[in-house]
Design a protein around this ligand. Structure first.
Ligand SMILES: Cc1cc2nc3c(=O)[nH]c(=O)nc-3n(C[C@H](O)[C@H](O)[C@H](O)COP(=O)(O)OP(=O)(O)OC[C@H]3O[C@@H](n4cnc5c(N)ncnc54)[C@H](O)[C@@H]3O)c2cc1C
Length: 438
């Protein structure tokens, strides 16, 4: 699908191969508009420029003036890190790599030819519309959250936050936690998978429990998980839940789904596996709702069937299997890879490589690999990690865990949470964010 389209054909691969090294002096071999400047979008924009020798023209459209990282945001909730440590600007991507950055929200994507080789992207900036034209569009808008049924009229003082998209809510949840009194209860709920950052909710439960243990005597965290058990790093989070904290500080309840929320009384009603209903009252209520592909992915008709929350892609290129010419990367794509920033960065590189190859008349890499690595703090000084190497499996057309070096076919987690891992976490974060934004 990726190679049969006419824009490559009209130039011819031989002439493209000649044009490629001439870089800035030549007309671009192709134009790409990237929607969303998060972990996946910023990476694909940078690597499209870098790996094409600047022969691909890239426009990066982001609605915010800077990126706020979800990664590490749980440590901002507990006041261990500052909000500003989560901010990343687009200046380097513009200056060093020659990416055109547009501040605005993409409102529409229109296909201009029958093959998907020509697109018009409509951007709204403060109500003013502008357009960009390109041969490929990469959608990287992250996720949008489902509405949780409300049984009351919420008052401003009873805001129920998810803080699962870092930004204002992260700081608000930090304030709610800091204002808790000894003996009070922090209730959090975990949506059914697939959700963004499999270890993230357990990480939050742990660092909040640690914060309460050190600062608010007698206060507790109650965790209600829609899944039947801990979905990632089960050994280390199980150890943290049971040994570091224990039920007097942290209670974990699997197979409990949110039915509704009463914001005014900060009560969440949960359904257990048998369908019985359990109202639970909180002092701080942190409901992470189920989520799905970003709104623009739904609007482009890529994930709007009632039972399809994310956009199906060919993972050798991250091109939509529904609409050739559109690529979907990061959390919005439906793959066997976990929804994580590190993985979004890796998938973006597979996508960038495939687009450059397509512009030059080549097939995508038939056997791409991707690495997943994630550090998880479980207290203010201890952290664990989880890692896996994925490879494309032609038999299933999906990425499977297959580490050619170790032979491993399963994700590996740290033997135990340690202070050493906590130190390495800082290096990993800096390296990942540098690879994405600098
Ligand atoms: C608490 C928490 C902790 C986490 N910890 C980790 C971790 O330790 N390791 C890890 O690997 N992952 C972690 N994650 C997951 C990680 O943050 C996400 O998987 C990752 O950010 C997804 O990248 P993305 O590019 O798909 O989306 P995002 O990073 O959310 O970026 C999407 C961008 O698109 C923009 N956008 C959306 N729609 C439009 C539009 N129409 N027009 C213009 N711009 C638009 C948004 O403003 C946003 O900047 C964590 C997540 C959370 C919530």
């Amino acid at each position: 699908m990726i190679n049969r389209r006419s824009f490559v054909g009209t130039l011819g691969s031989a002439s493209l191969a000649t044009l490629w090294p001439l870089s800035a002096r030549s007309a671009p071999v192709g134009r790409v508009v990237v929607v969303g400047g998060g972990m996946a979008g910023a990476t694909v924009a940078k690597y499209l420029r870098m790996w094409s020798g600047n022969t691909v023209a890239v426009t990066l459209v982001e609605q915010e003036s800077r990126y706020t990282s979800n990664i590490m945001s749980n440590l901002v909730v507990t006041s261990q890190m500052s909000m500003s440590s989560l901010y990343f600007g687009y200046g380097t991507l513009v200056k060093k790599y020659g990416i055109k950055q547009v501040r605005g929200r993409v409102e529409g994507i229109e296909q201009l030819d029958k093959d998907g080789d020509s697109w018009k992207v409509t951007i709204s900036t403060g109500g003013v519309l502008s357009t960009e034209y390109c041969e490929r569009v990469v959608l990287a808008p992250g996720v949008q959250f489902d509405r949780v049924p409300e049984t009351s009229t919420p008052s401003a003082s009873a805001t129920i936050l998810h803080a699962w998209q870092a930004g204002l809510q992260t700081d608000q949840l930090r304030q709610q936690l800091a204002a808790m009194q000894p003996g009070q209860t922090f209730v959090m709920t975990i949506p059914p998978k697939p959700y963004r950052c499999p270890p993230g909710p357990y990480e939050r439960a742990c660092v909040v429990a640690d914060y309460l243990k050190r600062n608010k005597p007698g206060a507790r965290v109650l965790v209600f998980d829609a899944n039947s058990g801990i979905t990632a790093e089960a050994e280390n989070f199980g150890y943290a839940f049971n040994t570091l904290y224990g039920p007097s500080i942290l209670e974990y309840h699997p197979s409990m789904r949110v039915a509704s929320v009463d914001s005014a009384s900060r009560t969440v009603t949960l359904l257990d596996a048998s369908g019985a209903s359990h109202p639970v009252k909180a002092d701080v209520l942190n409901v992470i709702p189920p989520h799905r592909a970003g709104a623009i992915v739904q609007a482009a008709g890529l994930a709007n069937a009632t039972d399809v929350s994310y956009a199906a892609v060919d993972v050798r290129s991250f091109e939509s299997t529904q609409r050739p010419g559109l690529h979907v990367i990061g959390d919005s794509s439906k793959t066997t890879l976990p929804k994580a920033g590190h993985v979004g960065n890796q998938g973006a590189k597979i996508c960038a490589d495939a687009i450059i190859k397509a512009f030059n008349g080549q097939e995508p890499d038939p056997m791409p690999t991707a690495n997943s690595a994630c550090f998880s703090p479980v207290s203010n000084i201890l952290a664990s990690w989880l890692t896996a190497v994925y490879q494309y499996d032609p038999a299933t057309g999906s990425m499977v865990i297959r580490d050619q070096v170790t032979g491993s076919t399963a994700a590996t987690e740290a033997k135990a949470p340690t202070t050493g891992n906590f130190g390495k976490m800082g290096t990993w974060y800096k390296t990942l964010m540098g690879d994405t934004f600098a």
